[in-house]
Design a protein around this ligand. Structure first.
Ligand code: GLU
Length: 885
């Protein structure tokens, strides 16, 4: 079986090729060995050339796109897939033409269309392995089925493109130990060596791509992005990696929406609408090309989504394509792409451009593909001028060259020279004369060890994860000046091997500021007056106002501060940036009540001054003498204090003013009351004792004063006890006025209420004095006295009683209310005024207008009554103290 059937051909070829090391012999003009068709239709599924080939490479390419939820192939070609497939053929041609790389060997191919479908890819891949296995079974059983070279195993597979296709294929190929090298499948799920041991790739994994995106976003100072991903094995792990990194780096995700394979138009519209309404100005796309294409098309066609225009897109490797961006420039004119760093391979362009529908005979799809992709109308045409090389083409070439270098390594390691290769069981004659077999695991070993500079310029070597090192181009969509067409221009790169700070680098020719100019995408910053509140629906949180007595004066604060005591926010409804003093409300001289009280006090004081002046003026006249001047002075002092006490009621409440209020109010009132009471007692006693020859004791003025002050002292004792029990203080109460639109409160200042028991005691004391006085007044009102003295005193006492009644009523009615101070003050003033009128009014009238009555003879005593002046006839005049002097 193991015949060196190729030896002579190989020798010939090596001689031939060594003569023409650089001239690539393209094989495209001859038809393939076999075109493969679907079992159920006449659809071409692939083509192969294994005839007389030493090593066969399988190839999986998305030549067509799928239809009906990825289950079937459509007629629509995928430009990138077609190019990549040609790139494999180009690379094989280049290797086969290269006399130094694999002298004496030729590579064949078995290319299949995956239609971007997992199922179709699996169907095709099983062919690779079954054919190989069948071969062994058939070989052993001697059931040769056709040409021996037809049965050369597929040694390795190049592909597939999308991760969602590569992943199931990798599981299958691992089972059969067939190395697989993908040129585009970047999903980090494929990093798992236990699961995908035979999988390698010339494209860096998406965890690195996500990092590059994050670095870019951070450099641009964007911190608020939306993300859209394909709900498949590419998009989901990719966006998860992105989110994980974003979370760690404080980048906030606004929207995160998946696109499913099954999406219908209205579902795309939904995503488009949501995106258009997102407040994030940057959208990261981790989607397959088709999904991005549909989404951008929907947005372009939808008026509702048009406000997405002008926002920035960051596209992952499968989406970052000039074609895509150019088609939808209306919404995607600001597109950044993160693409595996490769330089476009010019020789491939030459190769591809010279392909024509008539010359490219080995590729059975050429005719249809060129018609569709390059609008070929006639029979023989080339690719059109607007062709641009797909970014992954160099990676396909790298993948094919990796196999070639691994083979080269194997040959130089294990095979004797000149090479004797047994294609049907993939072995060579070794140095010791035995055979060295190149099975899957041996090839994998050698693949893991390759390290070479590919013709594309890329340094290729695989790390322990089977991937190349991650270097990405950072590209921006720009309009080319000459052609006015859109191009993805490389403006920098990202290299995982550089220190973190320098990983992302922009070329010196680029002005970074200009690149990111005009674009901001950050979480809404909360202005002063608002604070950032964390919410579960968005990591950006929301801005809530600091209300009431809370405020914040900084940008982006996360909490409000509280205003100091007696201060309130300046904008309590919309957010406070600072605190202002709360309006204090207390009885002020400028208030209506205050004015009334002041007027009353002024009137009262003028009256007091007037009465006092009149009394002084007529000091030695009988009417003054008969009034009991000392007592009258005390009453006048009391009345004056009553009016003066208004001052303390109008002061801003403070412990001192509140204390003074209580002292002066009770003192002045009691002074009047006690003086009158003592006076009435004296009158009563004098008249009661008329029949007794001895004059009553303790009726001289000093005693009267002493008695008066003793009575007042009792009241004042209660006042001082009350002050000690409840210290005078200020009660502050915030009051929110419902009708007040701006919600500013007022601070009501009030003196603290004294202990109720003591207030009652004080009132009872005064009441007792008043009852006594009134009782005496009733008795004495009939008594004849100088100038009706007893009558004036009685009237004063009655009015004082009435006022006291009013005082108690108003005290109880207004207790705790803001107008209590005003009511009390006015009641006191009215009491004073009434006493002034009743007690002094008639006398002053007589003094001024009726001087003829101001004599001992012409007093206003009723006829036949005795006057106090006559008392000295029985009681020594000097001792009565009534008409002293
Ligand atoms: N990187 C993508 C994936 O893993 C494929 C990109 C492409 O086909 O260009 O699915």
């Amino acid at each position: 079986m193991e015949q060196p059937f190729l030896t002579s051909r190989v020798l010939f070829l090596s001689i031939l090729l060594s003569m023409s090391d650089c001239a690539i012999q393209y094989d495209h003009t001859s038809p393939p060995e076999r075109v493969l068709y679907s079992r159920t239709s006449d659809r071409i599924t692939g083509f192969k050339d294994t005839l007389d080939k030493d090593v066969i490479l399988g190839g999986l390419f998305p030549v067509h796109v799928s239809q009906s939820m990825g289950g079937q192939c459509s007629d629509r070609f995928r430009s990138s897939g077609f190019q990549r497939m040609e790139a494999m053929l180009f690379a094989i041609d280049s290797i086969n033409s290269n006399s130094s790389l694999l002298p004496g060997m030729s590579l064949g191919y078995d290319i299949r269309d995956t239609c971007v479908s997992e199922n179709i890819a699996l169907d095709e891949s099983i062919d690779f392995v079954l054919e190989s296995d069948q071969l062994e079974v058939e070989s052993c059983g001697g059931m040769s089925n056709g040409n021996a070279s037809d049965r050369v195993k597929v040694s390795s597979v190049i592909g597939a493109s999308s991760s969602s296709v590569s992943i199931p294929v990798a599981s299958l190929l691992r089972l059969f130990r067939v190395p697989q090298i993908s040129y585009a499948s970047s999903s980090s799920a494929l990093n798992n060596r236990d699961r995908y041991e035979y999988f390698l790739r010339t494209v860096p994994p998406d965890n690195q791509q996500a990092m590059a995106m994050i670095d870019l976003i951070e450099r641009a100072n964007w911190s608020f992005v939306s993300t859209i991903y394909s709900d498949n094995l590419y998009g989901e792990p990719g966006i998860n990696q992105f989110h994980e990194l974003a979370h760690r780096r404080g980048i906030c995700i606004d929207l995160n929406l998946p696109i499913k394979e099954s999406f219908l138009d209205y579902e795309y519209q939904y995503v488009a609408d949501r995106l258009a309404n997102s407040t994030a100005n940057v959208t990261v796309l981790f989607t397959s090309f088709e999904h991005a294409d549909m989404l951008l098309r929907t947005m372009t066609n939808s008026n509702r989504s048009i406000n997405k225009a002008g926002k920035v897109w960051i596209a992952s490797d499968s989406t970052a394509s000039t074609v895509l961006a150019a088609n939808y420039a209306q919404v995607a004119s600001e597109l950044w792409g993160v693409l595996p760093a490769t330089n476009l391979h010019a020789p491939f362009d030459d190769y591809y451009r010279q392909l024509s529908t008539s010359s490219n005979k080995r590729n059975p799809w050429t005719q249809d593909a060129f018609k569709q992709l390059y609008n070929c109308a006639h029979n023989d045409c080339n690719v059109s001028s607007d062709y641009s090389q797909n970014e992954k083409v160099p990676l396909v070439i790298d993948a094919v060259y990796s196999i070639a270098y691994a083979l080269k390594e194997f040959i130089s390691d294990k095979c004797s020279a000149p090479l004797v290769w047994y294609a049907n069981n993939q072995s060579c004659q070794s140095h010791n004369g035995r055979t060295a077999v190149l099975n899957g695991s041996v090839l994998l070993q050698h693949l893991m060890n390759v390290s070479f500079t590919s013709p594309t310029g890329n340094e290729v070597s695989f790390n322990e994860n089977g991937t190349v090192k991650a270097i990405y181009n950072i590209a921006v969509l720009k309009v080319e000046q000459e052609t006015s067409s859109y191009v993805l221009e490389n403006v920098g790169y990202w290299n995982e091997n550089l220190p973190i700070a320098n990983r992302l680098h922009f070329y010196a020719t680029q002005n970074e500021n200009e690149l990111f100019d005009d674009f901001t995408s950050q979480c809404q910053k909360c202005p002063p007056g608002q604070f950032k509140r964390a919410v579960t629906s968005s990591c950006c949180g929301t801005c809530d106002p600091c209300l009431g007595s809370n405020f914040t004066n900084t940008n982006s604060s996360t909490m409000c501060m509280t205003c100091p005591d007696n201060m309130w926010g300046n904008n309590p409804l919309t957010g406070n940036t600072h605190c202002i003093d709360i309006d204090e409300s207390y009885l002020k001289p400028s208030d209506a009540w205050g004015i009334v009280l002041i007027i009353l006090a002024i009137i009262g004081l003028i009256a007091v001054v007037f009465v006092t002046s009149a009394f002084i003026w007529f000091w030695n006249t009988p009417i003054v003498k008969s009034s009991g001047r000392e007592q009258m002075i005390l009453v006048l002092i009391g009345i004056t204090l009553c009016f003066v006490s208004t001052l303390f009621f109008l002061l801003k409440p403070s412990p001192a003013s509140c204390g003074l209020q209580r002292i002066v109010m009770w003192f002045s009132y009691s002074l009047i009351l006690c003086a009158l009471c003592v006076k009435l007692i004296r009158i009563t006693r004098i008249f009661m004792q008329q029949s007794i020859s001895s004059r009553p004791r303790f009726i001289t003025p000093p005693y009267q004063i002493i008695f008066t002050f003793l009575l007042v002292a009792c009241q004042m004792m209660l006042v001082f006890i009350s002050l000690l029990v409840v210290n005078p203080g200020v009660k502050k109460e915030l009051h929110h006025n419902k009708t007040n639109d701006n919600n500013f409160p007022t601070l009501i200042l009030q003196c603290t209420t004294p202990h109720i028991a003591l207030v009652v005691l004080q009132m009872l004391y005064n009441t007792a004095l008043l009852i006594t006085s009134n009782a005496l007044a009733v008795v004495t009102i009939r008594f004849p006295a100088n100038f009706n003295e007893s009558r004036y005193v009685a009237f004063s006492t009655f009015s004082l009683g009435l006022m006291w009644f009013l005082f108690i009523l108003s005290y109880v009615a207004t207790n705790g209310s803001t107008i209590q101070t005003a009511v009390l003050s006015s009641t006191i003033q009215l009491s004073a005024l009434s006493v002034l009128l009743c007690l002094f009014g008639p006398r002053v009238f007589i003094m001024i207008f009726w001087p003829s009555h101001n004599s001992s003879e012409s007093g206003m005593k009723p006829a036949g009554t005795k006057d106090l002046e006559s008392l000295p006839q029985r009681v020594p005049k000097s001792q009565t103290g009534v008409t002293v002097e």
